[in-house]
Design a protein around this ligand. Structure first.
Ligand code: FAD
Length: 427
């Protein structure tokens, strides 16, 4: 049997794929609800997303949704919804295609001309950070107004702290970028239609719930793993309420500090490097505001004096009446998450009005965290683990939902190739 620690989307998709491949698996999840950061909550009739606000309806996502019987619950948004940047006192449309790049008022003409020089700049240099890399490729103005906040925003990080080799290289390879990102965009333009932003009627948290139902008895909730012990063959997993469970291999699909705690006594040096990985703490403020805004939302350009990093317009995306979700904190202000709810809510409302012109009322504040993918990832280089210990979480490969599904599926195939056939009934 394969033991999976953590029932977030990574651990659940992994277990689901393993079961499809006929491999016996158990997921232990510490919380009473599966999904990890991918969780939704009702506030009256409104669906609040406590983590991700939207997925993209790509082929693999659609396949997963269909196979767990959630197709009827899907809600999608138009593929052409604009994204805005708050820059120089107002919202300006972010250019997401080459034609928009020509007409945008986000950048002055000379900054656009500098962007066009990108194909003549070299690919990533050894040891380069994402910030300097993007500035060298596209120029400082485009970096500050658009690329820095967009890329950093994915991780609530500062690209000046994110090494290309950890945070960007994999994406460049997957996109087929050798030297020029612009050239790749130009060649790709029109080839594939953009995937629609999507969610479910009851929020993204419906997906982990549906996978858990499909896995029948293979997911144990309120079952925190307390200890891992390596045996000559396989592992012993100590689980609250289940005692000591022998498994053939362990997959850690939990946050890195939990993983470090479980491995610390047997592998102290390696575990110390895991526990040093930085997570960015974020505050999410749910705003009610009757607006006529149409779009995905906005991000805040670097150099603007707002605490808000970005706002998702849930109303425009999925018709959630008057709802907008503001993100504050992250690496820009790590202490903000410690402030009390009232103070954070007041700032979010005030800044929403500054950026959009609409008054807003805060209805809820939540907190979460996300791997920073910064220089602390250097510490993982050269670390070796036993061959029957695996990692699958948002600090091991791309953190987006699609990245999680991709990594989990790949790992399932690897594990199934080595697992003993059990005759276990596939889901
Ligand atoms: C605020 C935010 C916004 C995001 N927005 C988007 C977005 O719009 N689109 C997108 O594609 N992606 C987005 N992401 C990224 C994506 O949602 C996450 O990277 C992904 O959901 C992480 O899943 P995971 O399973 O790897 O980790 P987690 O969700 O962290 O799951 C780990 C699980 O391990 C469990 N656990 C911990 N300790 C133990 C233990 N001892 N025993 C058993 N279980 C344990 C935890 O309870 C948890 O359920 C966002 C992330 C965040 C935080």
């Amino acid at each position: 049997m394969i033991g999976v620690v953590g029932g977030g989307i990574s651990g659940l998709v992994l277990a689901y794929e393993l079961r499809r491949l006929g491999v016996d698996v158990t997921v232990w999840e510490a919380a009473s609800v599966p999904g990890g950061v991918m969780r939704s909550q009702l506030h009256g009739d409104l669906v609040l997303e406590l983590g991700p606000q939207r997925a993209r309806l790509t082929g693999p996502f659609r396949q997963l949704v269909e196979s767990v019987g959630l197709s009827e619950e899907l809600v999608t948004a138009p593929t052409d919804l604009p994204l805005y940047m708050y820059h120089r006192g107002r919202l300006r449309r972010a250019p997401l295609s080459l034609s928009q790049a020509v007409t945008t008022d986000l950048l002055p003409w000379w900054a656009k001309a500098r962007v066009l020089a990108e194909p003549f700049t070299a690919g990533p240099r050894a040891g380069e950070l994402v910030g300097p890399f993007l500035r060298r490729k596209f120029g400082g103005a485009a970096y500050r107004a658009l690329l820095g906040p967009l890329y950093g925003g994915l991780y609530a990080s500062d690209p000046d702290r994110m090494p290309v080799k950890h945070a960007l290289q994999r994406t460049l390879v997957e996109l087929g970028v050798r030297r020029s990102i612009l050239w790749r965009m130009f060649r790709g333009a029109g080839q594939a239609a953009a995937s629609a932003p999507c969610s479910f009627r009851e929020g993204l948290g419906a997906l982990p719930l549906a996978i858990t139902r499909k896995l029948e008895g293979s997911v144990r909730l309120e079952a925190p793993v307390r200890m891992l012990r390596k045996k000559a063959v396989g592992w012993e997993v100590t689980v609250d309420g289940a005692g000591i469970v022998p498994v053939d291999a362990v997959v850690l699909a939990c946050p890195s500090d939990t993983a470090a705690g479980l491995l610390g006594s047997a592998y102290p040096e390696e575990a110390a490097r895991l526990s040093a990985l930085r997570y960015n703490r974020l505050a999410l403020v749910y705003l009610k505001s009757e607006t006529r805004l149409r779009g995905l939302g906005f991000q805040v350009a670097f150099g603007e004096s707002l605490e808000t990093r970005g706002v998702t317009w849930n109303e425009s995306l999925f018709g959630r009446p008057g709802l907008h979700t503001a993100y504050l904190g992250g690496m820009k202000n790590p202490e903000l998450s410690d402030w009390d709810d009232g103070r954070i809510a007041e700032i979010a409302c005030k800044e929403f009005e500054v950026a959009t012109g609409y008054r807003a009322e805060a209805i809820h504040v939540s907190r979460t965290r996300i791997p920073a993918w910064d220089e602390t990832w250097d510490g993982l280089e050269g670390v070796e683990w036993p061959s029957d210990l695996y990692f699958c979480s948002n600090y091991t490969a791309r953190p987006g939902i699609l990245g999680r599904i991709t990594e989990a599926k790949r790992l399932a195939v690897t594990l199934a190739a080595t697992a003993q056939p059990t005759g276990y009934k596939p889901v």
